[in-house]
Design a binder for this molecule. Structure first.
Ligand code: ADP
Length: 455
């Protein structure tokens, strides 16, 4: 059974039970009062007859009493032993067959009973009879109006209940629908999400303060979080695959170099083994990060005090060998920052590799301290970047010349990653470039003293 049907049924059912109980209560209280009234009336009548009989004794009391007998009623005089001394009926002579009380006490008493399926009231009062004896005078009256009134009451109560039940049933049904509409929307959205794997939000009353609006808000917030998480994972996977390309290029180039000249030149052998080993370590670290992300662990990137100069020199040396290009590093011999070496190496790879990809001449790396920061400029004399493109090159997947970058293996992620790394180190990247003349990418990072304090 659907929830809306259940809500309607339960609320209407409860109301029905309450109505039945209240109606039964009303019916019995009313019936009791009505019957009591009828019996009091019969008692008054009996008293009146008894008083009349006592004050006006006549030769023939039967005909005198007859004038007091109502339509279908009966008056009879009973001896203390319960024997009927006189019975007067007008229309319904059958009443005389009503059994007399076994002992008719000289006391007032009333009762009601069914006779021939019709309710009757009976009242007994003491009466002074011939020769001054105290007898009992009984008046019996049928109660047709009492029965009719009760029947009318039954009809009225049933109708009144129906009039209450019908609108309350309709109200419960529309309330159930109103309450369940957002839940149905939620279920439909969840099914949609399941079917096409997209992150969808539900429409809800954003100004609402009730639980339903709260539910919509919470659901949409949850979807937003899921979406962000998913996008983060996607980003990491694409960033990581982009990042893995460079170490593989370096390893490949050094392996080729080893094959060609490794046997004759021991210094080439040393350098190649060193480069391959450090690139393998970098790939291992990246793979660990990817695994951590996939298993839901949070990746903590630790910072330490590092000299940026050897980091850039090392990367320049490796890339120079890998791409067989001339790269010179000039300027300071030490420039300490607080950072993560692996990330800093990645930054160097990204910028130097771009300079190699988008130029054909020598690449220069200029490291200059400008307290309280160090400026590391990667200078190339290549194709340069137009001022419109300059604004967008840091966007993910943005490539200036799609055909050319595809040729050179670009994905448009490199500078976005470089900017992230720089931001993580509280620095910034500034670009100066002129199309046809070349580009200068300057990374500005806050300096720290060799011992570890900033300054
Ligand atoms: P890609 O993987 O395509 O190199 P990047 O994010 O590293 O992606 O660079 C984005 C775009 O910026 C490149 O496609 C290229 O057009 C331009 N770009 C980056 N560095 C240079 C540079 N040194 N000289 C000229 N253009 C560059």
């Amino acid at each position: 059974m659907k929830l809306s049907q259940r809500i309607t049924l339960v609320s209407t059912g409860m109301l029905f039970i309450i109505l039945v109980m209240v109606n039964i209560g009303i019916y019995f209280v009313f019936q009791y009062n009505l019957l009591q009234g009828e019996m009091d009336r019969t008692l008054d009548q009996a008293r009146a007859v008894a008083a009349a009989v006592s004050t006006q004794p006549e030769e023939n009391p039967a005909s005198f009493i007859e004038s007091y007998v109502s339509g279908d009623g009966m008056v009879r005089v009973l001896s203390p032993e319960g024997e009927s001394l006189l019975t007067v009926t007008t229309q319904n002579t059958q009443l005389a067959s009503i059994p007399t009380p076994e002992a008719a006490e000289a006391q007032e008493r009333t009762e009601s009973f069914l006779f021939e399926g019709l309710p009757h009231a009976s009242a007994q009062v003491p009466v002074l009879w011939e020769a001054g004896e105290v007898m009992s005078l009984q008046v019996v009256d049928p109660l047709p109006t009492y029965q009719e009134t009760l029947q009318t009451l039954q009809v009225v109560l049933i109708f009144a209940s129906l009039i209450i039940l019908l609108p309350s049933f309709l109200a419960a049904r529309s309330l159930a629908r109103f309450v369940l509409r957002p839940i149905q929307a939620l279920v439909a959205t969840m099914k949609q999400i399941q079917a096409d794997g997209t992150f969808q939000k539900i429409d809800y009353d954003s100004k609402g303060k009730d639980e339903l609006a709260d539910m919509g808000r919470t659901f949409n917030h949850m979807i937003e979080l899921l979406k962000q998480n998913y996008e983060k994972q996607q980003q990491f996977v694409s960033d990581a695959s982009h990042e893995l390309k460079t170490p593989l290029t370096v390893i490949d180039s050094y392996a080729q170099l080893l094959r060609r000249r490794g046997r004759e030149k021991p210094e080439v052998f040393e350098e190649a083994v060193e480069a391959i080993s450090s690139e393998a370590a970098r790939m291992k670290e990246m793979t660990n990060q990817m695994l951590a992300l996939a298993t839901g662990e949070s990746i903590t990137v630790e910072k330490e005090v590092i000299n940026t100069v050897p980091v850039f020199q090392g990367v320049a040396q490796q890339l120079a060998t890998a791409y067989e290009r001339k790269i010179s590093v000039k300027g300071e011999s030490t420039a300490y920052i607080s950072g993560n070496e692996l990330q800093l190496k990645q930054l160097a790879y990204l910028l130097i590799e771009n300079a190699i990809k988008y130029s054909e001449q020598e690449v220069l790396i200029q490291i200059q301290k400008e307290e309280p920061q160090v400026n590391i400029s990667i200078i190339d004399k290549g194709i340069g970047i137009s001022s419109e493109d300059k604004a967008q090159i840091f966007d993910r997947f943005y490539r200036v010349d799609k055909a050319r970058t595809r040729e050179s293996g670009g994905t448009g992620l490199g500078l976005a990653i470089a900017e992230n790394i720089t931001a993580f180190h509280q620095g910034e990247i500034v670009v100066e470039s002129e199309p046809g003349k070349g580009s200068i990418f300057t990374v500005k990072l806050p300096l720290v003293k060799e011992g570890g304090t900033e300054g």
